[in-house]
Design a protein around this ligand. Structure first.
Ligand code: GLN
Length: 485
């Protein structure tokens, strides 16, 4: 098999056996990027030279006797994660020339594990979007059909892993930005429980929802990456001081006797028939493996989730993005007559349309007189949504659902219709609102395009999510399906 298609698991086995070196592996992936990224557009910036240096360092560590599942494995980082010395644009003109002077905790952890950073991947500006079309630089194309979107906002990371342009990648998920692009690109993508992974060094979008997670080509690889990046960090006060198990143990336990619920509201009559058929096939597979399936699990406030998200996320974003004033970071307009004029021009020119829309919505929802009606109300409904999940998890070990209502749409199709774009995330947003772990596993092709199965778990029960995902992966026969690039 071409080296650029190796899973983390297989690559590290071959590295241990000295059948390949990290330099060879890294070179193979860089060659693949060279060959296909002109068409895919997954990357915003490459760090080829430093990647090869890291690969050599990893090879040296291995020959000195060190072992480790990520030692020498090439990774792509969503351009919202800070790595010292590399540009971190967040897909925005505002941060076009920003180079962070420090590493995000996840980057530090990957570095310690010996992973090889290839570069930074494309994304919707400040992670606001579901198609990567909101990038200020260029769109990313879905490797399965170049005329379609890869999903978003972590579309570059998903496309890179799907196209063999990285062995794995990291992204961030505020309302679905890992799971949705993973589904549309046919790779595994997981959002861990809120608090599982430190967000120190992740540029903030909506702080009560943001979480970092992996994109991989197998469920086992996702478990391996979680082992490296999870854990308490005193530099992120929301990171939880809970033990981190070895997530690769128990992956093969199967679903015998597990109680799997299917939320009624996640299988609406409007669901794409092809997507529905894939979820039904998954349920039959679980059933034949001895799981107890219960349909029609009520999560009645699901219909309010979109509204809740589009109050809370923009409100938090309006506060988080106040720091881009032309003084502290990045782009700065200086020709104005007053400080206010400079600030206005900096923000007017530095931000794209979707980011401005979010800032306006958020500022409005937080303004005096409207705060109670919008923000406070949204927080109350958020609690109701959380309680409904809690009640469901008293009866079920996990919940399963589609990830997206349809397969990937065409580039440009929804670009001018924000509401149609927002609707893409109806099945993923509630999971962030409740702070739960959720994964997207490839569920097969619908008209030649990948769709995903979502598995949602109890807080900090990533193990059950991974176990169910792994059982489904084994039954689905998806392994090693690659786009015809
Ligand atoms: N698509 C959603 C939004 O635009 C979610 C984005 C995300 O998870 N970062 O806000």
């Amino acid at each position: 098999m071409d080296l650029h298609w190796l899973s983390i698991d297989e690559a590290s086995r071959r590295l241990d056996a000295r059948e390949i070196s990290s330099r060879e592996l890294t070179k193979a992936v860089l060659d693949r990027i060279e060959a296909v990224d002109g068409r895919v557009g997954a990357y915003l910036s490459l760090a080829a030279e430093s990647a090869l240096e890291s690969a050599d360092a990893a090879d040296k560590r291995r020959s000195d006797g060190e072992r480790g599942s990520l030692l020498g494995i090439p990774v792509a980082l969503k351009d919202v994660l800070s790595k010292r010395g590399l540009p971190t644009t967040c897909g925005s003109r505002m941060l076009e020339s920003y180079v962070p002077p420090y590493d995000a905790t996840v980057v530090e952890l990957l570095d310690r594990a010996g992973a090889v950073v290839l570069g930074k991947t494309n994304m919707d500006e400040f992670a606001m979007g579901s198609s990567t079309e909101n990038s200020a630089y260029h769109p990313t194309h879905n490797p399965w059909d170049l005329e379609r979107v890869p999903g978003g906002s972590s579309g570059g990371s998903a496309a890179a892993v799907a196209a063999g342009e990285a062995t794995f990648a990291l992204g961030s998920d505020t309302g679905g930005s890992i799971r949705q692009p993973a589904a549309l690109c046919g790779v595994v993508g997981m959002k861990p429980t809120y608090g599982r992974v430190s967000r120190f060094g992740l540029v903030a979008f909506a702080s009560s929802l943001d979480q970092i997670g992996p994109f991989t080509r197998t469920v086992r690889d996702t478990a391996t990456v979680l082992n490296a990046i999870c854990g308490h960090d005193k530099r992120d006060s929301t990171s939880a001081p809970v033990d981190v198990p070895d997530f690769t143990v128990g992956l093969d336990r199967g679903v015998q006797g597990l109680r799997i619920g299917v939320p009624r509201e996640y299988m609406p009559s409007s669901l794409d028939a092809g997507v529905r058929a894939k979820v039904e096939a998954a349920l039959s597979a679980f059933e034949s493996q001895g799981a107890i399936i219960e349909r029609d699990v009520p999560l009645p406030s699901t219909e309010a989730a979109l509204a809740v998200y589009y109050i809370i996320a923009p409100s938090e974003a309006s506060a988080n993005l106040a720091r881009y004033d032309g003084v502290k970071y990045g782009f700065s307009y200086t020709q104005g007559k007053t400080m206010w004029e400079n600030m206005e021009m900096t923000r007017g020119q530095g931000f794209g349309a979707e980011v401005k829309r979010r800032i306006m919505i958020g500022t409005y929802a937080l303004s005096s007189g409207y705060y109670d009606a919008y923000y406070l109300k949204a927080q109350k409904v958020r609690t109701v949504i959380r309680n409904e999940f809690d009640a469901a998890f008293e009866k079920y070990d996990v919940l399963v659902s589609p990830v997206t209502p349809t397969p990937a749409f065409k580039i440009g199709e929804k670009a001018n219709d924000p509401y149609a774009m927002y609707l893409n995330d109806v099945f993923t947003l509630p999971v962030n609102i409740a702070g739960l772990p959720g994964i997207s596993v490839p569920a097969g092709l619908v008209d030649g395009l990948p769709v995903g199965l979502q598995v949602i778990g109890k807080p900090f029960d990533e193990e059950a999510v991974l176990r169910v995902a792994s059982a489904f992966e084994a039954a689905s026969g998806w392994q090693d399906q690659h786009p015809p690039l």
